[in-house]
Design a binder for this molecule. Structure first.
Ligand SMILES: CC(C)(COP(=O)(O)OP(=O)(O)OC[C@H]1O[C@@H](n2cnc3c(N)ncnc32)[C@H](O)[C@@H]1OP(=O)(O)O)[C@@H](O)C(=O)NCCC(=O)NCCS
Length: 290
């Protein structure tokens, strides 16, 4: 039976989130996580569905791709088809053919797990490794308890959504995050296993924010996003909210906490290391030859 690629409806999206949860494992440096779709869900279910591609064989979902922006396809597969030749060849053809609706023409990028056969197949199809923006995945094993953060932490519900949105808004340049977007995100299927946390300083001001996304017990959980108020940097709040995030994921049953950040974001990489995270070897996207 041939492999097909499709854009899911809202129902298909929930199926894709469920598969992504199943596929997470501690043995892989980095791969697309259900929390990535959960965070994107702030833009609404329609836009999220429009950004997802699903590859099937005999009705079974083999792989999920997520257009994180117009030019980047983030891709992962079920663990047992990571080296499947038919799948790798089919995806290589699909990303090379704009008419198939996976990636547009022009300068585009693919992120795939380091152990995916696609990493070896795409270079034979006119793609090369993008050396301009290496990424650093980091993870923290959660077998042992995490020490308590030295910051008052609150779990965010609808009442604290505006405060959480404000901290995230000031932390990221150009962020347009709002309480309304928080409510949209919180209504998505991946949020059932997520927590948003806010950290408060001694004066009672909200200074740091993070969202954590469990993929279920015994699976790695994701931090996305994490940020400290622009005017409150350099006081240890980044480290404290990172530690609080790890503790929340441990409570949710996660086996580890994972995160991925551009290596050029030295403040973020240092903060995660300072919170006990260990870096994996850098990863790089693939990009189509000009
Ligand atoms: C990354 C960020 C959260 C750090 O917050 P912070 O409160 O200033 O960090 P902390 O004070 O807790 O510092 C933690 C560690 O990082 C180091 N650090 C912080 N900013 C740094 C910088 N700009 N350059 C180098 N190191 C830096 C600190 O020295 C400290 O290291 P140490 O524990 O080894 O002494 C903050 O800069 C931020 O919100 N950035 C924008 C959002 C972002 O990039 N988020 C992460 C990606 S999702």
């Amino acid at each position: 039976m041939a492999i097909t690629v499709e854009k899911p409806g809202i129902d298909g999206l929930e199926e894709a989130v469920a598969e992504l949860r199943e596929w997470q494992s501690d043995g892989v440096a980095w791969q697309l996580h259900p929390g990535d779709l959960g965070w994107f869900w702030r833009k609404g279910p329609e836009e999220t569905a429009a950004s997802v591609r699903i590859w099937r064989r005999d009705g079974r979902i083999l792989a999920v791709g997520f257009l994180d922006g117009a030019d980047l396809l983030r891709f992962t597969t079920a663990p047992d088809v990571r080296r499947d030749e038919e799948l790798a060849r089919r995806v290589a053809e699909d990303v090379a053919s704009p008419e198939r609706g996976v990636l547009p023409e022009g300068n585009v990028f693919v992120e795939a797990p380091p152990d995916a056969l696609l990493q070896e197949v795409l270079p034979g199809h006119g793609w090369h490794v993008d050396d301009e923006e290496p990424w650093t995945p980091l993870s923290l094993d959660l077998t042992e308890p995490v020490k308590a953060p030295d910051l008052r932490i609150e779990t965010v519900g609808a009442d604290l959504a505006a405060a959480w949105a404000e901290v995230i808004g000031t932390a990221f340049n150009g962020s347009t995050f709002t309480a309304e977007k928080w409510r949209t995100m919180a209504a998505g299927p991946a949020f059932a296993d997520a927590r948003c946390l806010l950290g408060y300083d001694d004066r009672g001001a909200a200074v740091a924010a993070v969202a954590v996304w469990s993929a279920g017990p015994g699976k790695p959980g994701l931090l996305e996003p994490m940020g400290v108020h622009r005017d409150q940097r350099g006081h240890g709040y980044g480290r404290a909210i990172t530690v609080a995030a790890a503790a929340a994921l441990r409570e949710l049953g996660s086996s580890s906490a994972v995160v991925n950040t551009p290596s050029s974001n030295v403040a973020a990489v240092t903060t995660y290391k300072s919170g006990g995270f260990q870096p994996w070897p850098e990863t790089r996207d693939l990009t189509r030859d000009a």
